[in-house]
Design a protein around this ligand. Structure first.
Ligand SMILES: [Zn+2]
Ligand SMILES: [Zn+2]
Length: 176
């Protein structure tokens, strides 16, 4: 996910490049590499290069209802400007820094997208992943996965006293 933009930086504002991404990248600290696919578009701006990308990757999540592991598709829409650190024509150092939240083009005129992909990936992780909208979750009493089996605790659901308690449990569930 590295793009050499030295040629583009010499071109006029508005010139573009398109790339296909099909690459492996570790998206979290010490995580194994994830496969990332998608499209990247570069646009020459007055200051640098505007990068837009539509990327997808799949990670293994643990379902927040039933705790089983499943593959979750993560979509990332990247939209950021990359600013040069060296003037491509003169070789002079430029004063852009990443303190304003910009990304930088390195001294070899290369855009390395990896850091942006990691940031957008983290932003797009589901807070409460569910293996399916219809996931039955697990029994709060005995811990059985209700997608795979039913349990004896089910009988208690018919009891009005349990209904009130279960309501309380599900209300608390929504609070966090
Ligand atoms: Zn589930
Ligand atoms: Zn049960």
């Amino acid at each position: 996910m590295r793009f050499n933009v030295s040629q583009m930086l010499k071109e006029s504002i508005g010139s573009t490049r398109s790339y296909e991404v099909d690459d492996d990248l570790s998206l979290e600290d010490e995580a194994p590499a994830s496969h990332i696919i998608g499209k990247v578009k570069l646009l020459r701006t007055d200051q640098g290069i505007w990068l837009t990308a539509e990327l997808e990757s799949t990670i293994v999540c643990s379902c927040s209802r039933c705790l089983s592991e499943f593959e979750q598709l993560i979509h990332m829409s990247i939209d950021d400007e990359y600013l040069p650190t060296v003037d491509v024509a003169s070789g002079a150092k430029l004063n852009y820094t990443n303190e304003d939240g910009n990304f930088l083009i390195d001294q070899g005129h290369v855009i390395d997208m990896a850091e942006a992909v990691r940031q957008y990936f983290t932003l797009n992780l589901p807070m409460k992943p569910v293996c399916s909208e219809n996931c039955e979750g697990m029994c709060l009493t005995c811990g059985v996965n209700l997608n795979e089996a039913s349990c004896a605790c089910d009988k208690m659901r018919g009891d009005a006293r349990w209904d009130a308690l279960l309501e309380l449990v599900s209300t608390n569930d929504n609070d966090d």
